[in-house]
Structures are given as C-alpha cells and as structure tokens.
Design a protein. Structure first.
Length: 651
C-alpha cells in the first residue's frame, strides 16, 4: 500500500492572483476566438497535413529548409519538431513580436474584437495613472507629427533638409523614418500645444521641462535646432526622441531623450519595430551604436539592424533579441573607442544562450562610412566573418601579449579564466566545458589544470570555496530547452519519474485528486516540472479542471508553455492513455498511475531514511547508551531497511 506524504496530506494553497489581474475565463475566451491556423498563417505559409489534422510550414524560429513547424487546431497548440519551440497562441505572439504576455493578450483580444475586462473598478489613483499614460502616448505622437511636418515643409528647416540631403537622404526616406526638425525656439512646441494636453503629461513625456531660471516651462533642450529621430517601442508607439546637432553648432553632437515611465534607454533598441521581421527571418540581429548607422544599413538593404541609445548593450536588450534571434552581432566603429566598447561586453554576455559575435570595422570607419566606401555586399561579408565574442577577446590578448613564451601564454590563460570567472551563470554548463577545452588547446595547458585554476579564481572572486554539493537545479543556460532537447530517453531517473507524473495529469486529469493526496509539489526535484505541478495543484484546489487549456491559461512563461506542449507530445508518443487502461481491480485505479506514485513515494522514503541515518551518525557511537530518541531513529531505519528488502524481492 502506498504511503501518504507527511501531514498535511493536501497542501493548503491560496488562490493565486494572476499577475495580469485577468481571470482564466477571459484568457480562454480570447484563445477560443483566435483561430491559431489563421494567426500563424499571417507570419508563415501553412499547408494542411494528414487531411487537416495539423498544418505544417517552415519554422520562423530557426533556419528551416524542410517544413518542421506543426500547428494542431484541435489542441490549439504549435510545435517545431527540430528546434523544439512550442506553445499556444499567446506564446506564438510573444515570440514573433518580441513582447510580454500581457501585451500579447491585449493584442489578441483586440484582434478577436474582445474588450479587455476590468476585474474590479480601478481606484482613482490607478485610473489617474492610466489616463496620464494614455495622454503621454498621444502627446508624443502629436509632437512627432509636428516636428516631421516642420522638416518636410517649413522654411525654418531649410538647413536641416539640406544637411540630410547632403548625407544622401531623399524626401521619401525622411518620411519613411519620420525624421523631424525642431526650430531654434525654446517655446516652439509650447506655442502650438494650446490646451490640447495637460502640462503634467507633457513634462512626464519629457517634451517640456521647468525653467531653471524663472517660472514656467520651455521645450526640452534635446530638441532645440536639431534634426529629430523619433524613438519607438516594440509596437511602434512613439516613446521618446533623439536630436542631432546641426553642422557648425557647438555642443554634444547627439542627445538622447531623458528617461521616463515610457522610455528606458537600457530596455529600448532603436528601430526594433522596423527590424524585427528581418531579424526573425535571418535569425540574426545586428546591433549598432547610432541612429544614422541603423538607418544607413536599412536603406542599403540590411534591415535586421537595431541601435543602442547611448548605453552599452544590456541584459534587457539581449533578452529581447533572444526572443527572435539566435545570433547577435555587435558592430563597433574601428576606432579606439569602438575597440574598448567591444572588449567590455564579452564577460557580461559570455554565458548567455545566444551566439554573440563582435565585428569591429577596419580603417577606423563607422558603418555608414564603410557602406559608402565598400558597399552593402562587402559589409555583409564582414558580418558573416564576425568573431565569436570569446574568440574576439582571445585574439586581442594574443595581439597584446603574443604566444612566444610560457609567461605570455600563462598571462593570456589568467586573463581568459578571470573573464570566465566573472561571467554570470557560466559555471557547470556545457558552454563552460567547451570554453575550457578550447583554452586548453590554445595555450597548451592540460584541461584538468585549466579547470582547477578556474575553480581557484572563482573561489577568490567569491571570497570562499564552494563545495560541489549535488543539486537538482538545472543550469541557468535555457534549462527548459535543454530538458526538452534531452528527450524522454535522455532524462535521468528523477526527471523521468516526475515527467511521467505530469504526462499522466495531462492525459487523465480526472485522477488529480488521487495524485495530490499523495505527492507534494516540493517532492519534485526539477524546478520547472515542480512549477507545472504546483500550478496543477492550484487549479485542483480551486475546483477547476486540470486540462491542457486551463494549464496554459495559468502560465505566462513562454518556456513553461513550450514544456507543456512537449510533455503532451511525449504522452502521445509513449501511449500514456493506453498504459492507463489497465486498472487495479480492488481500487479501479490505473496500475500505471499506482506505479508512478510508488516510485515517487519510494524516493521520498529513501530520502527520509538517508536523513535518519545521518541523524544517528551525528550523535551515537558504540560506547554511548542509546536514548529514547536514538532508539526511535534506529527503529525507523530498521523499518525502512525491511521495506527496501521487500521492495527488491518483488521487483
């Protein structure tokens, strides 16, 4: 007979409040009104397969030559059988548009003609914040139009038009990128706004600022007598502006807008809304350092380009690009400043699960200058030969120190290992193993010595030695994808037991009560499988069906949605439904379910036995007289030993 987990038998779960503030019913309504085949068909070409049971096409998430992307209308899910991406309608929009869950929900609700509900009446403060945000977006769009029209037709913008034409821009191209001009007048926008917008909204949008000397407001200093470059978010909404000083004027050449609640430089990529389709198609994103570089490459036919806005590439930037790209190429000017910037980013992103490459242009040229001198084809050739970031750093060190002596090789080894030691989330990954092997080969130092030196460097950097304690946590380098790519056959025994439990739940959720009475979420070792099981328990506790759609409604993490889809496919492939058909006569419970529960219960008891044995070893010896506590521990250990013998004799 299976033993129950320690009391309480059913964990007391509080009803989870969705971070969106919206009910699962609303999300299910949006899902039901979204034809997944039509939605995906807007991005890729789909063909019916197996009489329309599913639809296939070229996967938009990797370089696909043979159709490997499947859409399953009956399940309302999709999956690529090569790169293992998968999910529902919401995760498809998240990945293709590069947006978060709430934005994907709103986009699909708008597309389906479903009004976003208010779960409860907003407080006056909440309504006030929403009204302010809406007014800020409206004001920024209005300001963009005013400055664009000024550039295109105002006599005050004659010099600005001549400057842009001198750099090769046509009027159509100025219109394409919504370029603008702000006259040399500190109250030009204020003079046109009249009572259209509240002063607070204009100030919060950073269109105007309070005067430092005297009362009242003036237009933002970044605009005055400058060519204006509008900055948009991923959905194409205007959120800020950049200004380029006119030739002959003194001061900083470029200004980026001041940050606001709508605009953060470290989270925004210039031109992303225009580049995302090309990035998605090529699976490669080029990152440049300025507005004109990004526009110049786009006009030359290289459209998969975004620009940073006065900051180095940040983790938020990389996270955004990873949604639609496998490879990120940082394009730096060939001058000393460009070389320095390139060198700084290597350690920061060394452990990222994205192919990060660095291209520094020759002859000290910037991208626009290189295009004028050599053309787009030659630039594209340089991009294709860009060095992987780690290799870029290594070659720079070789140029600096050489490889002629043991001392120089050791110096390079020390610097490269110090770089690896600083990289977050690199330890224990396959990528670390690969880098260690490469470094060993390049410096002619044995791999075990390289590994030992890296361990010592990490210990010094952290200030303490860390024990190699066993852990069931997945490495941080896209652990869900690594779990999926392993396939069921590639999982360890712990993961197989936990995977089977989730497969049974997805196949036969009617047995959830039997399962939740015996297995706590904390008993699952794998953190991602544990998260899914926790949500299953939440749904069951609320009296809702634990089926695929309810589970997907609860999830806002695209990777976990992908895991649900793959688990469901595994359950079909392994015929879990058929395995559950064999019932135990006395209880009518599927024998396969009982076996799966018994494996997890046995693992729990084995863990408890190991803990008991450790407690005994901690304070008893042959010469000690056993206390009552000692005797109880020994009795528990003996009982477990008998169970272990009985279990082995029956298996």
């Amino acid at each position: 007979m299976l033993s129950a987990p320690p009391e309480p038998r059913i964990r007391q779960l509080k009803e989870r409040k969705l971070s969106t503030g919206l009910s699962p019913d609303f999300k299910e309504t949006v899902r039901a009104r979204t034809n997944l085949v039509e939605l995906v068909g807007e991005t890729i070409s789909l063909q019916p397969h197996r009489g329309g049971a599913d639809y296939v096409g070229l996967c938009p998430f990797h370089q696909d030559n043979n159709p490997s992307f499947h859409v399953y209308p009956d399940r309302q899910s999709w999956r690529c059988w090569v790169c293992n991406e998968g999910g529902d309608c919401f995760s498809f929009v998240e990945k293709t548009e590069g947006i978060g869950f709430f934005d994907s929900l709103k986009l699909l609700a708008d597309r389906a003609g479903v009004e976003m509900p208010r779960r409860m009446a907003p407080s006056p403060q909440q309504q006030q914040r929403k009204n302010l945000r809406d007014e800020m977006f409206s004001a920024l769009t209005w300001a963009e139009e005013q400055m664009h029209q000024c550039l295109m037709s105002s006599p005050q913008a004659q010099q600005a038009r001549q400057y842009l034409e001198g750099r090769g821009y046509t009027r159509d191209q100025m219109a394409q990128f919504r370029l603008g001009y702000h006259p040399d007048n500190w109250e030009w926008l204020l003079g046109q706004v009249a009572n259209r917008y509240d002063m607070n909204a204009l100030e919060e949008a950073r269109l105007i600022a309070r005067r430092k000397n005297g009362p009242g407001y003036s237009d933002s200093h970044i605009f005055i007598d400058r060519v204006i470059f509008p900055i948009h978010d991923a959905r194409g909404r205007t959120i800020s502006f950049g200004g380029r000083l006119m030739p002959g004027q003194e001061g900083p050449k470029y200004y980026n807008g001041n940050e606001s609640s709508l605009f953060q430089k470290g989270e925004t990529l210039y031109g992303y809304h225009l580049a995302k389709d090309a990035i998605r198609r090529s699976r490669t994103a080029l990152v440049v350092e300025g507005y004109t570089d990004r526009i110049g490459l786009h006009l030359a036919g290289i459209e998969n380009v975004v620009g940073v806005l006065g900051t180095a590439l940040t983790e938020q930037h990389v996270s955004q690009l990873k949604l639609i790209a496998d490879s990120v190429v940082l394009v730096y000017d060939g001058d000393a400043a460009g070389q320095m910037n390139a060198d700084r980013v290597v350690s920061k992103f060394l452990a990222q699960d994205v192919d990060l490459k660095i291209l520094t242009l020759p002859e000290g040229l910037d991208p626009e200058e290189y295009l004028m001198a050599y053309g787009a084809d030659q630039f594209q050739t340089l991009v294709e030969s860009a060095l992987e970031a780690w290799e870029f750093k290594y070659r720079n060190l070789v140029k600096k120190h050489g490889l002629d002596s043991e001392g120089s090789r050791q110096t390079i080894l020390n610097e490269m290992l110090s770089l690896m030691g600083q990289a977050p989330n690199l330890a224990g990954t396959n990528r670390e193993d690969s880098l260690i092997a490469r470094l060993s080969q390049k410096t002619a130092v044995r791999e075990d010595k390289v590994r030992k030196q890296l361990k010592n460097i990490r210990s010094k950097q952290s200030g303490q030695f860390t024990a190699n304690e066993p852990t069931y946590e997945e490495p941080a380098e896209n652990p869900v994808k690594r779990l999926i790519q392993a396939g069921y056959a590639g999982l360890d025994s712990h993961q197989k037991a936990e995977t089977e439990l989730l497969e049974i739940i997805l196949t036969a959720p009617e047995w959830m009560n039997e399962i939740v009475n015996r297995i706590h979420p904390e008993e699952l070792h794998n953190p991602h499988l544990r998260s899914l099981y926790q949500i299953c328990c939440d749904l069951h506790e609320r009296g809702e069906s634990v089926d695929r759609n309810h589970l997907l409604n609860e999830l806002e993490d695209a990777d976990l949605k992908q895991l649900v889809v793959v688990l469901e496919d595994w359950s079909h492939d392994r015929d879990i439904q058929g395995k559950l058909a064999d019932r135990v006569t006395e209880t009518n419970i599927p024998n396969y379910l009982l076996q799966a529960l018994q494996v997890l219960a046995w693992r729990r008891e084995e863990t408890e036995h190991d803990r008991t044995r450790g407690e005994i070893a901690g304070y008893t010896s042959a010469e000690d007289q056993l206390t009552n506590t000692d005797q109880q521990l020994l009795m528990r250990a003996m009982e477990f030993h008998k169970k272990r013998i009985q279990n082995k004799s029956t298996t």
